[in-house]
Design a protein. Structure first.
Length: 118
């Protein structure tokens, strides 16, 4: 069982930056593909970014390309989401996800609120 704890959310003005962190425990972090998702009020949870086990391959949803950067430190069991040039439409609860591809194992954190004011 993997436990994930997100932090770093908050209130920021449009154009500002935030860095989210997600610390994992209870499993071998380097075996998990890590991802960030978000859920805005009244909307379904959506994919934001993912990072493969080594951190060498990243994928982003189109709306955040060029503004967000996902990275991981396997020695610290942590995945990060650097968010720059934030927009009001980025306002959401951001969730960390850990997945073992092909094994049906997927874990979620409790989420951290990001609010971007215009």
């Amino acid at each position: 069982q993997v436990q994930l704890v997100e932090s770093g959310g908050g209130l920021v003005q449009a154009g500002g930056s935030l860095r989210l962190s997600c610390i994992a425990s209870g499993g071998t972090f380097s075996l998990y593909t890590m991802a960030w998702f978000r859920q805005a009020p009244g909307k379904e949870r959506e994919f934001v970014a993912t990072n493969n086990r080594s951190g060498g391959r990243t994928t982003y949803t189109d709306s955040v390309k060029g503004r967000f950067t996902i990275s991981r430190d396997n020695a610290k069991n942590t995945v990060y989401l650097q968010m720059d040039s934030l927009k009001p439409e980025d306002t959401a609860v951001y969730y960390c996800n850990a997945k073992r591809i092909g094994l049906g194992m997927s874990y979620w954190g409790q989420g951290t609120q990001v609010t971007v004011s215009s």
